[in-house]
Design a protein around this ligand. Structure first.
Ligand code: G16
Ligand code: MG
Length: 220
């Protein structure tokens, strides 16, 4: 049976996507590449440097900066982002997610965090959720970002569980692809259209039902 759950952070525990958007948008405007929320969807779950590359490509400016200059741009964005996330409190947990996590703990399930964000531990702390997680994958140790399975494979490994005994929960298409490739049961939070690769999907975190997920995962 299932013994662990590996969670994405942004879009599953809390909605930091809006803060990432504000910080990237400010940077984009500064370098003459304005973009909207629709484009920002492409950045969800994608690492900081890969997000910057996608923005530069949008403006056909990917060759205008050296690697060192790109790192400065990414670090400027991150400083702005870090100021914005200081505002996060436990009130910013997405609907139903704390009850879901408490139900999982009550069942003896073991929990890991698989966020591409280097700010993940700070955000968990601000949400008051650090103690629920036995393991947090450090994204700086990874060779490949989502959709590569590495981050989910590591999450299961840190829990000491085989991937087949873990469920992964994600809100990004790249994340669902990563969970599937890791050999885990995938649960998507989002629209039917964007979550069509997921083994099971819900439209909101409020609809996550532990019994339903455990039954579906066992039946797979
Ligand atoms: C998150 C966000 C991405 C962000 C990435 C890296 O991934 O969804 O938009 O670019 O983290 O964040 P940072 O710049 O803080 O290291 P996830 O995997 O938590 O959805
Ligand atoms: Mg996410």
């Amino acid at each position: 049976g299932m013994r662990g759950i590996v969670f994405d952070l942004d879009g599953v525990l809390t909605d930091t996507a809006e803060y990432h958007y504000q910080a990237w948008k400010a940077l984009g405007e500064k370098i003459g590449i304005p973009f909207d929320r629709a484009f920002n969807e492409n950045l969800k779950g994608i690492s900081r440097m890969d997000s910057l590359e996608r923005i530069l490509e949008l403006g056909h400016k990917e060759n205008d900066y050296t690697q060192a200059e790109k790192e400065i741009l990414a670090s400027d964005k991150n400083e702005h982002y870090k100021e914005l996330i200081l505002e996060i409190t436990p009130k910013d947990l997405l609907p139903g997610i704390k009850a879901f996590i408490e139900a999982a703990k009550a069942r003896g399930l073991r929990l890991a965090l698989a966020s591409a964000s280097k700010n993940g531990p700070v955000i968990l702390e601000r949400l008051g959720m650090t103690d629920y997680f036995e393991a947090v994958v450090d994204p700086s140790t990874l060779e490949h970002g989502k959709p590569d399975p590495e981050i989910f494979t590591k999450g299961a490994e840190l829990l000491g569980l085989p991937a087949e005994e873990c469920v992964g929960i994600e809100d990004a298409q790249a994340g669902i692809a990563a969970i599937n490739a890791a050999g885990m049961f995938s649960v998507g939070v989002g629209s039917a259209e964007s979550m069509k690769e997921a083994d099971l999907f819900v439209e909101s975190t409020a609809d996550l039902d532990l019994d339903e997920i455990m039954r579906a995962a066992a039946a797979k």
